[in-house]
Every structure is written in C-alpha cells, then in structure tokens.
Design a binder for this molecule. Structure first.
Ligand code: IMP
Ligand code: MG
Length: 177
C-alpha cells in the first residue's frame, strides 16, 4: 500500500513529545492526592499511540482500558451517530477516569462517551485530547487536558488515519496535493 502522497508536517515529533510531557505533569498534579490507580480509557483506534506515550510519561499508578467506538458515515465527516464496538473490561464505579482521545472534531463522540460513562458512577470523569478543532466543537466539549488546538483541517498521523492509513506516521501532518 503506498503512503507516498506528499504530507506536510503540522505538528512535529518534538512538539508532540514536549506537549505530552506537560500534559502528564498536569494530570499528575490533578490526581496527586489519589493513591489508587487512575483509569486511562483509550478510544480505539486513534488514541493508542498517544496513550502509549502519555502513560509512560505518567510516573504514577494507572490502569489501561480501551473502548471501541465507531460513528456511521464516510471517512472524513462525522455523522453524529455513535456505536460502541468494544466495551471496557473493568468496572469504573468509584474510580478516577480519564478518557484519552486522539481528536475532538465536532465533539459528538466525546459528548456521547461522557454521558454514557457517567451513568457507571465513576468518582471523577475527565477528558484528555491530543487535538481539538475549536471551530467545529464550538467550545461545547469540556476538555480537561488538551494538547493542541488546530484550524478545521483534516489531519493524519500519530494514530490518526485516513482510510486506516497513516496511523504510523511519527508526526501529525496534512495531506498536500
Ligand atoms: P467527533 O465525534 O466529530 O468529535 O469526531 C471524532 C472522530 O472523528 C475522531 O475520534 C477521529 O476518529 C475522527 N476524526 C475527526 N477529525 C479527524 C481528522 O482530522 N483526522 C482523522 N480523523 C479525524
Ligand atoms: Mg477516534
């Protein structure tokens, strides 16, 4: 399969690394008085690379969980209808939970997840997103820990795909012509 289309770097490996280190510090401070492991829920598949780096920057107890979510619709437009394709393997009742998402675009996915996970009665529920497109989410989504805000453009790499490709790019890019 070819990944040979020209790709412009939007956020470099170095920028990602240093932002994750700052995010980890924020998260550690927020839960400094919570000795029990916090539950990091990675939303498949886009967040796995971010989660892998973020959790290794967190020198505190964590548990890793995953949820599969798919929204109906085509590759570049979110339809707003969210479906759970894989659920957690652990209970989150009474626990500190952080949803780890690759990108908040319209915010529909994260709003749905927040609503759904709240019903399971966690001690706290927060959101950590690597990227947000504020012009699309209109600031309606409470993102507790945010990596980068970007203009409304389609990005790939560092977990983010276009038709399942490009997730393995070590940086975040935009496709050129
Ligand atoms: P939302 O529900 O509109 O916030 O979009 C959520 C999902 O759409 C994200 O978790 C991504 O999987 C996908 N998505 C949104 N924007 C992009 C993008 O620029 N590149 C790759 N995937 C994206
Ligand atoms: Mg995603």
């Amino acid at each position: 399969m070819n990944q040979s289309k020209k790709i412009d770097v939007l956020i470099s490996e170095e920028q990602i690394r240093s932002r994750i280190s700052a995010l980890a510090t924020e998260i550690k401070q927020r839960f400094a008085n919570e000795p029990e492991p916090i539950v990091l829920i990675g939303i498949l598949k886009g967040s796995v690379i971010f989660l892998a780096d973020l959790c290794r920057a967190l020198d505190r107890p964590v548990h890793l969980e995953f949820m599969g979510v798919s929204s109906y619709g085509d590759a570049t437009v979110t339809s707003g209808v969210v479906r759970i394709t894989q659920d957690l393997t652990a209970t989150i009742k009474g626990r500190n939970v952080v949803i780890v998402e690759d990108i908040v675009d319209t915010g529909l996915t994260i709003k749905y997840l927040l609503q759904m996970l709240k019903t399971r009665d966690p001690k706290s529920l927060s959101v950590c997103a690597l990227v947000e497109k504020p012009s699309k989410s209109k600031g309606e989504v409470p993102i507790d820990f945010l990596g980068f805000s970007i203009p409304d453009q389609f990005i790939i790499g560092y977990g983010l795909d276009y038709a399942e490709l490009y997730r393995n790019l070590p940086y975040i890019g935009v496709m050129g012509d």
